[in-house]
Design a protein around this ligand. Structure first.
Ligand SMILES: [Zn+2]
Ligand SMILES: [Zn+2]
Ligand SMILES: [Zn+2]
Length: 118
């Protein structure tokens, strides 16, 4: 996520660097702490890019893809729904595989049939 990136939460705003405390660059040596630590905030919905960057499964930053399950994807029974909109692709693959392997074949068939019916 960087300045000007479109917001995945509201799909309308873009991220802007937003000072959370007064800038003191003019008082000393720029850039000041406020500028260095200024988070990227969506100008549409106010989401912080740093929050959105967290993986909904492991909670670590650097999530690189939208969670399928949070966007209409079908979960296997027992599959963890991510807390956030983004996940690491590795975390999602691992969790999907774990839930898939934990399902008996009859349950897998039922889920797939249900998914096809919509
Ligand atoms: Zn400053
Ligand atoms: Zn937004
Ligand atoms: Zn993760």
């Amino acid at each position: 996520m960087e300045e000007g990136s479109p917001c995945p939460a509201c799909k309308e705003g873009v991220f802007e660097t937003t000072l959370q405390e007064p800038c003191t660059c003019h008082l000393g040596h720029p850039p000041c702490g406020a500028c260095v630590n200024a988070p990227l905030v969506c100008n549409g919905c106010g989401e912080h890019a740093n929050d959105l960057d967290l993986c909904g499964l492991c909670g670590e930053p650097g999530a690189d893809k939208m969670s399928l399950l949070r966007h209409g994807g079908v979960a296997w029974p027992g599959e963890r729904i991510p807390d956030g909109l983004l996940v690491h692709s590795d975390c999602e693959r691992a969790e999907t595989e774990r839930a898939f392997l934990a399902c008996p074949q009859t349950v897998r068939d039922a889920v797939l049939k249900g998914a096809r019916r919509g």
